[in-house]
Design a binder for this molecule. Structure first.
Ligand SMILES: Cc1cc2nc3c(=O)[nH]c(=O)nc-3n(C[C@H](O)[C@H](O)[C@H](O)COP(=O)(O)OP(=O)(O)OC[C@H]3O[C@@H](n4cnc5c(N)ncnc54)[C@H](O)[C@@H]3O)c2cc1C
Length: 451
């Protein structure tokens, strides 16, 4: 049996961040990843507030090498001729005025290798199959490797960073589907998609359409990630191959289709569904859960990787503190819980309303009354966890939103009803399907309750 201070489940951004930072502080860390890097993962658009975390990990230069600079976010709506672009330089805090778009196979591999360089025992092709907690809060972790070999590890503390597999959420049956939000996505990589000129080349583009919205995320090598996030009932209506379904869906949005006139699909197409969930608990005796392993809401603000890495960075402080001084555990864990829930709650309010006409109009026609535009930009930059005074502008954004809602209440009420209906119409759950003919069993759908 192998022993360590901290065992981290998962070799994604959250797992590699927390592992690196704990190893730097002298703890013996074992990080187990069920697959082998490099591997495809969705979540390719980063936010400016990722940069200080990447800097802390010492990988900024490598991200600069692999990524394309993203200075802003472009919104497109069928009822308007021209897009509206938000530039991060106009946010409340102007310090971090750009981010990056990255291919996750390269990004995740680099972070995993960086953790190894810092002294983490990072092992691939080892899947955690079960965890047994002991009275002294340590645990035995059972694993199976690619050859079927079974092993057991002993750890003083466990961090679950297993993403949507939610290893501990499944074990404790604490995973709950969101009551307020539900969406599904279908996506792939293309070459030959029209790119924006000059400094706008790396910006993410968002296109609203009848069944949801599209993302266009440009990469440094000239290719583009294109995906549609739609109501689950729309994805459930699919009768054709997933690849053709994506191409047909793009045709429903003329502005998006125009950019795709010379596009060629260069990857399998994946469809994935109902990914909004949260666990009941973020921590317990002997464990802490970070990133998607605790919750995921929606990709619209590209907040997933930031929320995962920010949680992981804070988790490193918490675990370092409680291993050093077990009496401080309760206080540290409560503070951690509060900070993570605040971030999720703030993004969620905007995400739940993103398909409302009132919200769309506010994003398409920005006004800086009470600094609400700067506040929205700070949100888009992920600047929720620093000293930036973002609360008042975001509060005023909400006031203006409700005013706009009421002035056109019939249209907004209909959109609201549609959103509520979609929560029920999405059943049955959509399993992950890929056009390379592998039917991927989507673990996020297992043991999930309608919480
Ligand atoms: C359609 C869609 C689009 C998205 N777009 C964006 C975007 O543009 N920008 C953004 O920031 N976010 C985006 N996200 C979210 C983003 O993908 C995640 O929030 C992010 O990857 C979370 O990081 P993580 O480390 O918590 O989990 P993951 O990146 O999922 O890493 C978890 C790791 O754990 C491993 N693992 C799982 N189970 C086990 C086990 N039993 N044993 C060992 N290892 C295990 C997995 O193989 C995986 O490598 C998107 C999500 C979706 C669904």
């Amino acid at each position: 049996m192998q022993k360590c201070d901290v065992l981290v489940i998962g070799g994604g951004p959250a797992g590699s961040t927390v592992s690196s930072l704990l190893a730097e502080r002298g703890w013996s860390v074992t990080q187990l990843e069920k697959d082998a890097h490099p591997k495809f993962h969705i979540g390719e658009s980063l936010l400016p507030m990722n940069l200080p975390i990447l800097d802390k990990l010492g990988v900024l230069e490598q991200v600069h090498e692999m990524g394309i600079l993203k200075y802003g976010v472009e919104f497109n709506c069928t009822s308007r001729d021209k897009p509206t672009t938000y530039y991060f330089k106009n946010a409340l805090n102007k310090t971090h005025h750009y981010a990056y778009e990255v291919q996750r196979d390269k990004f995740d591999k680099m972070l995993f290798e960086n953790a190894r360089k810092k002294g983490v025992t990072g092992l691939e092709n080892i899947c955690v199959t079960d965890v047994e907690f002991q009275n002294d809060e340590s645990c035995f972790v059972h694993t199976r490797d690619g050859q079927g070999k079974i092993q057991t590890w002993h750890a003083r503390y466990l961090i679950d960073a297993s993403g949507r597999s939610t290893v501990l959420g499944n074990k404790f049956k604490t995973k709950q589907r969101s009551k307020e939000h539900s969406s599904a996505a279908v996506f792939g990589h293309f070459s030959g998609v029209e790119r924006r000129a000059g400094k706008d080349e790396g910006n993410i583009s968002i296109y609203w359409f009848e069944h949801g919205w599209f993302w266009f995320i440009p990469f440094k090598d000239g290719s583009m990630s294109v995906g549609a996030v739609c109501w689950p009932y729309y994805l459930n209506s699919r009768q054709i191959e997933v690849e053709q379904f994506l191409l047909d869906t793009i045709k429903l949005c003329p502005a998006a289709q125009q950019r795709m006139a010379n596009a060629e699909l260069i990857s399998p197409v994946t469809a994935t569904g109902n990914f909004s969930y949260k666990l009941k608990h973020m921590y317990g005796k002997g464990y802490l859960i970070v990133g998607d392993a605790f919750a995921f809401v929606d990709p619209v603000f590209s907040s997933g990787v930031l929320l995962a890495m920010n949680a992981a960075m804070r988790a490193a402080d918490v675990v370092d503190g409680l291993l050093e001084n077990p009496a401080s555990a309760n206080r540290l864990l409560k503070e951690y819980d509060r900070a993570i829930r605040y971030g999720l709650k703030t993004f969620s309010w905007f995400i739940y309303r993103i398909t409302q006409p009132a919200m769309r109009n506010m994003f398409m026609g920005p006004r800086n009354w009470f600094r609400i535009e700067e506040g929205a930009l700070s949100l888009l930059a992920g600047d929720l966890f620093t000293d930036t005074k973002v609360k008042f502008p975001l509060f005023m954004f909400k006031v203006v939103y409700y005013f706009a809602y009421l002035t056109n209440w019939r249209v907004n009420r209909d959109a609201y009803s549609r959103r509520l209906n979609s929560l029920h119409k999405g059943e049955p759950a959509i399993n992950e399907v890929s056009s390379d003919k592998t039917q991927v069993s989507d673990e996020s759908e297992k043991n999930i309750t309608n919480g």
